[in-house]
Design a protein around this ligand. Sequence first.
Ligand SMILES: C[S@@+](CC[C@H](N)C(=O)[O-])C[C@H]1O[C@@H](n2cnc3c(N)ncnc32)[C@H](O)[C@@H]1O
Length: 347
Amino acid sequence: MTERKRQPIVSLWIGTANQGYAPYAMEEIRKVIPGCGFKPLSPGEVFWMESPLDRAATISSLLDSELVFLRHIQPIEASLDAAGDSSDLEKLADVLRGALPFFQGKKAAVHLRKANGAIFSYGASETKAALETVLAEAGGEPSVQHPEAIFSIYASGDKLYAGFATPYDMMSDWPGGAIRFQREEGQISRAKFKLLEAEKTFGLDYSGFTQAIDIGAAPGGWTSLLLERGVKVTAVDPADLHPSLQGHPALRHLKQNASAIKLDKGAYDLLVCDMSWSPMQMSRLVLDLKDALVPGAKAVITVKLMHRKPLQSIREVKERLGTAFVILRSKQLFHNREEITLFAEKK
Ligand SMILES: C[S@@+](CC[C@H](N)C(=O)[O-])C[C@H]1O[C@@H](n2cnc3c(N)ncnc32)[C@H](O)[C@@H]1O
């Protein structure tokens, strides 16, 4: 019997994807870093990863390839045995002391994530309080907002995995990439968070657009965000929009199926689409409306992952839409459930 030659392990990581999508994140990673090894930590969501590349090469391979399902990556600099008492905080403080040059003079944050059943007994605020005194030794400035350096801890079973990196290298400045937005009084739908997250993730600023078409707009979370940003919106949906939007001077509601509408040529510089429909039918509808967009118009489109082969499904949609759009990014956002979000530009 021939034994497959194992590659040497050079760096260790914790990867995170949306619940249920970790297998696809691993599949994507294997394609860009052949020889990576994995084991689940929180099944379907968080996994341990062994890379045959060093830290810098692993990060650049992962970031350059703009993976769809990997939401967050944390280096493991130390794997500690947790005791479930205050000695755990002392061990973490020792690891952090060894990393202080990295935090020198930077806005720094401490992130803690705990898997179910972890024996580490402290919560996020107690852990932060204990470690911020250590950060202060390096002249680091504790900061929740916009940190420049993060000390990240993942507690799982009787282990504590600790590492540090910039938010850019971890792919997020939120613990595990779980970005949160404040729910507003009278917010129409949770779907609004998806469009907000797309704005941040794709480096967009909706206030820079003039005329948007929102396909599958009801009850109106996305439409309301665009209106708040000063964009004029044509909302298309046979269903009613929320009463708070009715009569808005910058809103036109076409209460129809999107396949039945006629739009002026070149009238829109933004298309958003959140139809929650079969990806192929959604693609056909969007392509039918392409002439309404000016060249260079941007599009933010959710793609429902209907069956068991999401990577294939995404490839097919990208191929179809690619006839009229340049696909700039495809990413499963934290607020996406059984879907991903595409960011595209009209050719
Ligand atoms: C997930 S909801 C959209 C939520 C919306 N983005 C928000 O922020 O409130 C999907 C919507 O797509 C609409 N829809 C589905 N197929 C459509 C079609 N062919 N034309 C227009 N709207 C459609 C549904 O009526 C439904 O209101």
